[in-house]
Design a protein around this ligand. Structure first.
Ligand SMILES: [Zn+2]
Ligand SMILES: [Zn+2]
Length: 652
């Protein structure tokens, strides 16, 4: 772990006094996630930097220093989470009459009715905090746009109230916009080790890492956010170190699952902490917000481990050939299983693709990936080994144009040339919308003579999200009074609502919200009370938000019909044409084959300019508009196309 990740945990244990007065209903020790607790030599240094002393805001449960002191840790941390609350709000809560309790408001700034850019803001009195800050990738019609981030207008307006950002896990749709947010408001960030490891890389790229206030949390830790607090709960997902949150508010407890599945045989670490969810359910949960991604799929999501069994069979089938496997870089467990299979079959492993190299390095550094010595080899020296002794793990499972696998398919990879001696496995399903690009890559690989295993041919991929039966288990044990399905498109949210109704939650206790809506919760009610600015901000290169609908419309126009530039010089006195007009065409018609059309266009423009001069029309805007209109009409009549027309008229 690098020094930038500071630990926010209290280094000291609670006083004996506090321990004695601990109310019996306080939460007991949560299990320690093995992954999160992997002992690191540098861990002891963390205690020297208790961030919340500096911040004065964040108070967390003291629970630290893994395995060897686990038992001791349990005693220490039992019940400390909320006693440490300096204002004692939790204890007072029961004494405050319901009518005086501050309601809690939830602002959805992203992640509803869409897959991507998850961002939710909680408010109670003068305190606010944010859960996740993700990005979305642009649609096909957003030409030239690199990323889509949430609209931060509402956040900036309330920056003095915001106590921090908590992160559920390290996927782009949950952390990708964080650098853009922190550039606006530099609030403390809380996340698990792997999540912050991935965040660090992003902040470094943006040059804001040394200013950021990053705080590592573990499952079981409680972060105080003014009059609210957030407890992290271990869940399973397609990236290690994912957590759900139990959010304590004066109105009641809100459980937010984040992305999750129930994996009883995870590759590393423990199964989701269902016991904690059930305990919260027994205490009483005001509202549940749960992942709806797979709400349409019946049954259970298979364990990640089942993929390992498929790998084993496929490695056998590969025989003398080289194996190339494409998967999501963030799926550290999948990468681990590939490495395990490689070790078992005596193959060396090389890694290709920037994000894959990045994640493998972070995973090894933080102890989430275990790779025996000598297994990993540099891709540069791969050719020294016989084909049947190597495996390449690569990016490009979605057919992304610049990815390593796509480059291999297009014979554009500098180090890997594919052919009949290659056995290629695409260990991912195409994300809806990517089917075509993936298909294209598969076709190209096959043209080179490679054998390609993809999609449903073998079980080479399992989802990271809960299917219907798992969603029902979550609803059944959390037993929320109110239910808000989140993380999904309308059809997913709707299906999740149907599941909840089937579990006996009354229809008027379920709410499908929308981006920008404000949901208010009191101990007895849930309603929409307004809207705030929310939506998408487009990022193109270094420009954030400077690409709006007009720019997009122009790009679309250019892409569809091309561009015509008309250049002419006119006399400053008389307005008559001195030189030109010349016509330059890009992406419209091939000029050499359309000389007649171009000549007619020139004649038309000259006529328009002279007509303007005759009538003493000297206003620039008017002249340009007339050129544009008349030329546009001519071109449309002759070609049925409407290129963008750019008149450049100079006075000499
Ligand atoms: Zn995720
Ligand atoms: Zn997600």
């Amino acid at each position: 772990m690098t020094p930038e990740i500071k630990n926010a945990l209290l280094g000291s244990s609670p006083s004996k006094q506090e321990e004695k007065t601990a109310p019996p209903s306080q939460p007991r020790q949560k299990k320690v996630n093995k992954a999160a607790a992997a002992p690191k030599p540098k861990a002891s240094a963390k205690k020297e930097k208790p961030v919340q002393k500096k911040e004065g805001k964040a108070k967390e449960q003291a629970k630290q220093q893994p395995r060897q002191s686990a038992k001791q840790g349990k005693e220490k941390s039992a019940g400390t989470g909320r006693q440490r609350n300096p204002r004692g709000k939790q204890d007072k809560r029961s004494r405050i009459p319901a009518k005086d309790q501050k309601p809690v408001r939830i602002y959805y700034l992203g992640g509803l009715n869409e897959i991507g850019k998850n961002m939710t803001l909680f408010e109670c009195g003068d305190d606010m905090f944010i859960v996740d800050c993700g990005l979305a990738f642009p649609d096909d019609d957003m030409l030239g746009v690199d990323l889509v981030i949430p609209d931060f207008t509402f956040v900036e307006r309330n920056k003095d109230k915001i106590r921090g950002v908590v992160l559920t896990h390290g996927h782009e749709d949950h952390i990708g916009s964080l650098p853009y947010l922190l550039k606006q408001i530099n609030v403390p960030v809380y996340g698990t080790r792997l999540t912050l490891g991935l965040v660090e890389g992003k902040l470094r790229e943006h040059g804001i890492l040394n200013k950021a206030k990053l705080n590592v949390i573990h499952p079981g830790d409680v972060v105080q956010m003014g009059c609210m607090s957030v407890e992290a709960i271990h869940v399973n997902h397609s990236i290690p170190d994912a957590v759900a949150f139990a959010i304590r508010t004066p109105s009641g407890t809100i459980v937010m699952t984040g992305d999750f599945k129930i994996d009883c045989t995870p590759i590393q670490g423990e199964m989701i902490d269902l016991a904690r969810f059930a305990e919260l359910g027994k205490e009483g949960v005001l509202a549940l917000m749960a992942d709806s991604t797979n709400a349409e799929r019946p049954g259970y999501t298979k364990s990640e481990r089942s993929v390992g069994e498929s790998f084993d069979a496929l490695f056998k089938k590969a025989e003398h050939r080289r194996i190339i496997i494409a998967t999501f870089a963030s799926n550290v467990h999948r990468v681990q299983q590939i490495i395990d299979a490689a070790v078992h079959y005596g193959r060396k492993v090389a890694v290709s693709g920037r994000s894959m190299v990045n994640v493998v390095n972070i995973g090894m550094e933080l102890g989430y990936l275990s790779v025996p010595d000598g297994v990993l080899v540099d891709i540069d020296v791969l050719n020294r080994y016989p084909k049947d002794q190597v495996v390449i793990i690569t990016t490009g499972s979605q057919g992304e144009p610049m990815s390593a696998l796509t480059r291999m398919a297009m014979s554009d990879h500098r180090k890997v040339v594919v052919g009949p001696d290659d056995y290629i496995i695409i260990s991912a399903n195409p994300i809806p919308g990517n089917e075509k690009t993936v298909g294209h890559v598969v076709n190209e690989l096959m043209k080179h003579g490679c054998e390609v295993v993809y999609e449903k041919m073998y079980e080479v991929h399992v989802s990271g999200h809960a299917c219907q039966e798992e969603l029902k288990i979550m609803l059944g044990i959390v037993k929320p009074k109110f239910f808000i399905p989140v993380h999904g498109e309308q059809k997913h949210l709707h299906k999740h609502m149907v599941l909840a109704k089937g579990m006996g939650i009354p229809a008027d206790h379920i709410l499908i919200s929308e981006i920008g809506k404000v949901v208010e919760l009191t101990p007895n009610s849930m309603k929409v009370v307004g809207t705030v600015p929310a939506g998408r901000v487009l990022v193109d290169g270094l420009g954030v938000g400077d690409v709006g609908s007009i720019v997009l419309r122009d790009r679309k126009h250019l892409a569809e019909d091309g561009l015509i530039v008309v250049v002419a010089s006119i006399d400053a006195e008389s307005g008559f044409v001195v030189s030109g007009p010349d016509i330059v065409s890009r992406g419209f018609v091939y000029v050499r084959e359309s000389e007649m059309l171009m000549d007619d266009a020139k004649r038309l423009v000259r006529r328009v300019l002279e007509d303007c001069a005759d009538k003493n029309v000297r206003e620039w805007g008017t002249i340009k508009n007339r050129v544009r209109e008349d030329l546009s009409r001519l071109l449309y009549e002759r070609t049925k196309r409407s290129p963008m027309i750019l008149p450049i008229i100079m006075e000499v």
